[in-house]
Design a protein. Structure first.
Length: 278
C-alpha cells in the first residue's frame, strides 16, 4: 500500500524517489518487419469517407515513384480496400515462414499490401470487429516484407476509430496528410482529424482538398460544384499548409476504374509531393 501511495504521488522525477517506479508513458509502437527498411512513413487520413483519400494516396505514390523513389502503399482501409483495384493488381500476396511478400505494380514497381490480396474472393465483404481489423493493420507493419523503401504511404480508413488509433499508436509516423472536400460538413469533420493528430502528437504535413472544382473543357471556367472552398480557413486555424486543391478530372477517374493508375499525370498534387520529400 505504501508503494502504491508513493507511485500515485510521484512527480515523474525518478531521481528524487529512488527510481522505484516507471513514470514514463507506455509505448505501443510495434517493430517493423525485420526484412524491411523504410525511411519515411506517411499516413493519408480523412475525417469521413467519400472524399477521395485513396485517390490522393495513389497519386502521391505514383508521383514519388516517377521521381525515382522506392514507394509502398499499405491499404489500411480493411473494410473498403481499393488500392489493388486502381493499380490493376489481381494476384494474391505470397508469403513464407519469414513473412508476407507484397504485390507490385507493373510499370513503377510500387509495392502494395491490402486485405483483398489475402482473400479467396475479393468481392466478399470483410465482416470483422474493430480489434480484429486493427490487428490485421498491425500485421501489415510487422509481418510484411517491404524491403528497402524510401516512402511508405498508409491509406487510412475514414474517421477517428480503432484503425486510425492503432496506426497512430503502433507505427512511428513521420506525418499525416489530411484529405477533405469543400462541403461545410466535411470541414467540420476535418477539424476532428486535426485534433486527433494533435492529441496523438503526430505531425500534420498539410491538407489536400479534393473535388475542389470542375474546369469546363470548352471555356476553362472553374465551377465550384460542391460550393466555395473553406479549406484555407481550416488550415489557418491549425497552422498547417494547404498542399493542393484538386479538380474533378474525368480522365483520371476512368484510368483508376480501368486499373491503370500508373498512367495518371496529377500535376495538382505537386506541393504535397514536395512536402513529403522534405
Amino acid at each position: 500500500m505504501a508503494e502504491e501511495m508513493n507511485n500515485q504521488g510521484c512527480s515523474g522525477d525518478c531521481g528524487s524517489c529512488g527510481g522505484g517506479c516507471d513514470a514514463g508513458p507506455e509505448s505501443f509502437l510495434k517493430p517493423l518487419n525485420m526484412f524491411s527498411s523504410i525511411k519515411k512513413t506517411i499516413a493519408v487520413v480523412s475525417g469521413k469517407g467519400g472524399v477521395g483519400k485513396s485517390f490522393v494516396t495513389s497519386s502521391l505514390a505514383v508521383e514519388l515513384a516517377k521521381a525515382g523513389y522506392k514507394v509502398g502503399i499499405m491499404d489500411a482501409d480493411i473494410t473498403g480496400p481499393s488500392i489493388p483495384k486502381v493499380f490493376g493488381i489481381k494476384e494474391p500476396a505470397q508469403g513464407d515462414e519469414q513473412g508476407i511478400i507484397p504485390g507490385k505494380t507493373k510499370e513503377l514497381g510500387i509495392e502494395v499490401m491490402s486485405v483483398n490480396m489475402l482473400l479467396d474472393d475479393p468481392s466478399k465483404p470483410v465482416i470483422w470487429r474493430g480489434p480484429v481489423i486493427a490487428g490485421v493493420v498491425e500485421q501489415f507493419w510487422t509481418d510484411v516484407m517491404w524491403g528497402e523503401l524510401d516512402y511508405l504511404l498508409i491509406d487510412m480508413p475514414p474517421g477517428t476509430g480503432d484503425v486510425p488509433l492503432t496506426v497512430f499508436q503502433s507505427i512511428a509516423l513521420d506525418g499525416i496528410i489530411i484529405v477533405t472536400s469543400p462541403q461545410d460538413l466535411v470541414q467540420l469533420i476535418v477539424e476532428k482529424a486535426c485534433n486527433m493528430a494533435e492529441m496523438m502528437n503526430v505531425p500534420i504535413l498539410g491538407i489536400v482538398e479534393n473535388y475542389s472544382y470542375f474546369e469546363c473543357p470548352d471555356c476553362g471556367k472553374k465551377i465550384n460544384i460542391f460550393g466555395e472552398s473553406k479549406v484555407d480557413e481550416t488550415a489557418n486555424k491549425f497552422g498547417v499548409d494547404v498542399l493542393g486543391k484538386l479538380p474533378i478530372v474525368s480522365d483520371m477517374a476512368e484510368l483508376a476504374d480501368a486499373g491503370l493508375f500508373e498512367k495518371i499525370e496529377n500535376k495538382y498534387i505537386a506541393d504535397a509531393v514536395n512536402k513529403i520529400k522534405l
